[in-house]
Structure formats: C-alpha cells, structure tokens
Ligand binder design. Sequence first.
Ligand code: PMP
Length: 397
Amino acid sequence: MRDPTAFLRQEYDELVRADLDWKLRVLGGPSTPWCSIDGKRVLMFCSNNYLGLSNHPKIKAAAISAIESHGAGSGSVRPIAGNMDIHMELERRLAAFKRADASLVYQTGFATNAGLIPQLAGDGDLIVSDELNHGSIIDGVRLSKAEKAVYRHSDVGDLERVLTGAEHHAPAYRRILVITDGVFSMDGDVAPLDRIAAAAAPHGAMVYVDDAHGEGVLGEGGRGIVSHFRLSREQVQVEMGTFSKAFGVVGGHISGSRDLVNFAYNKSRTWLLSGSHPPGVAAACLAAVDVLEHEPQHVERLWSLTRRFKKAMAGLGFDIGHSETPITPVIVGESARAKALSQRLFELGVFALPIVFPMVAKDKARIRTIMNAALSDADLETAIGAFDTAGRELKLL
Ligand code: PMP
C-alpha cells in the first residue's frame, strides 16, 4: 500500500541534500553576550535581543512576581475569561510609550500580521506591499481577499506608480493599504516611511508599518520608526511591533487610534481565538516598557557599539553593505564562503549564523550580525579580532 506520509521524508531529504535544512543550535542558559551554544562558550552576535533586556533583573523579577500573584497561565482567550489586569495595564503603558491613543497586544508579531492585515483589507480592496516585506506580512496578505500589488524595495516612485494605476481601477477600490517593514532585517536598511506616507496620503491609502526591528533602536528613547521620522498617527495609521526583539520577551502589538484598536480586537481571529499571554509574559513585557522609559542608556550604548563595530569592520576591508541600523551584514559572496566564515568564527568563540540563498541573492551570502547593548568594550574587541583572523585565514580580506 502507498505510504501517504512518504513525502515527509522525501522533502526533508531534498532539503538536507541542498544543505538548506535548519540545524538547530542549543542555547544552554540565558541569551547573554557570553552564552553557551551547543555546550561551547561563545559571544552571541546574532540574537534580536538588541538591548540585552531578555536577562534584565527588573524584567525577570516582574515575571516571577506575576507568576506568584496571577499564576502560570491566563486560563482563556482574552475576550472570554483570559483578560487580566496585567494585560490591560500593559496596553495602557505601551500606548503612552508610543504616544498613541491606544495599543493592543497580540500573542506574537506573526499573529498580529496574520490576524490583522486580512481584516484591514478584503474583497474590493487593494494591498500594496514592499517586495522584501517579512514572511508574516506575506502570509497576512495571502489570507486577505484583497487584490495584491508589490512595489520595488523601498522605491517610492514605484509605489506611486502602483497607487496612480489603482486610481483607474473599475470598480474603484473601497480601501487601499500600503504595508512596509520599518527596518529590513536582511540588510538593516530603514524604509523611507516619511516619503511612503506622503505618497499614500493623496490616494487616501492607509499606511501600516511593521517596526519589529526598529523598536528599541530608532526614534526617541527607542520609540521606533514613527518617532524617528516624527510622523503623526494621521500619516501612519498602524504601527505594528513585537516584544520578541529589543523588548526581550515575546508578543506582538499595534498602536494607533482608539478606533483601530476597537476594530482590531473585535476582528483579528488570531487574537480572538488563541489563548492570551501567561501573566509572567505580560508582566515581563510591561517591565520592559518601563525599562525603555527609564533607562535610555541601553539604546545609547547599542548605537555607540554599532558605530564602532561598523567602522572597525569597514576598516578591516569587509563589505558591510548599506545598513543604517545595528543589523550589520558581512557580505562575502557565495554560500560556501559565508558558511565557512560562520564555522571559523564559532571556533574562535563568536556565534553568528550565515544567511544564504534563497534568503538572499546567490552572490550576496553573508553573516548577519546584530549588535547587543550588553556587550562590554572588551567583548566588542574580541568579536572584531575574530572577524579579522577568520577573514584573513579564509582569504576574504
Ligand atoms: N515582523 C518582522 C519584520 C520580523 O522580523 C518578525 C520576527 N522574525 C516578525 C514580524 C514576527 O515577530 P514575532 O517574533 O513576534 O512573531
């Protein structure tokens, strides 16, 4: 009899043969600058924990205390019996931090994009998306019944071309939604959100920005890309983000008008139909917002280390692309070279994974480094020294 599951092994084997399967590394302890990966003590150089908050004492203490006071789980989805005072307080504090009328917290950033985008635009609408947007946006767009158009990466002229063309569509679109990542995570470039918003306005289009990699990094005190460009809520109607990166915890969120939040929690299926954050998670997110508000030094440190690292790497002769953020790609060409560099760095005590085709172009394989504010000056020198040694040994310099 035919085995109905034979494809599982076949497809996995194909990935292994092409060396495209994920080989999971094991972190034996917290995500700190020096950590244990597969039992080896190494410098973490590729986590999204930009500010080192995943191990911040106040945030850990808040999680522990909420577990003591509210338990390990919330017991339900939020619209039924799982909406705790901590969830409400988190949204109030986040909205104040973001200087928005209201915020809504989802279980993850992925759940935010997958749950909200298909509700903001549906039958008779148009979604216009940057070609390099994150996979969770792509999936959110796929779940929508709206028509879809893609514009060239960060090319506002091309976006205008699509929006102007949309004016002639018959019947006229009910709504148009323009979506972009704030910071693009492969190259570390920042979307021209001011010009995107200016292009969208004359067409009455809504603007949705996924600021997963801009929060805690860009803008006043790490408030994100909307703050960075000093844009108003009338110009960018949906500011989306995640607690899983600079905030150091887990969870997605949106900020904007009260109307947006009322609409979103009544319509987003991921929010309505999936259990809410355990108290420890919600309290840790709340404490992370508090830390960002009261300890601006982490964001300052992140930028100072970033500038030093980029200068040193460019000085050594590495191609570090055109990043404007703490994501610094070290572009080395063919996949095999990036993999060899990552392997040698690991032996030298630096953990940074290669990003290869199909995630980036075949000749643009790279090591993607992400700076972490918790690194000491000596740690930074160690990392630069390891890149220097490995780069020379592998004749990349
Ligand atoms: N958007 C972007 C741009 C991201 O990089 C990520 C995380 N990889 C997400 C959304 C998903 O966020 P989360 O980890 O909270 O699901």
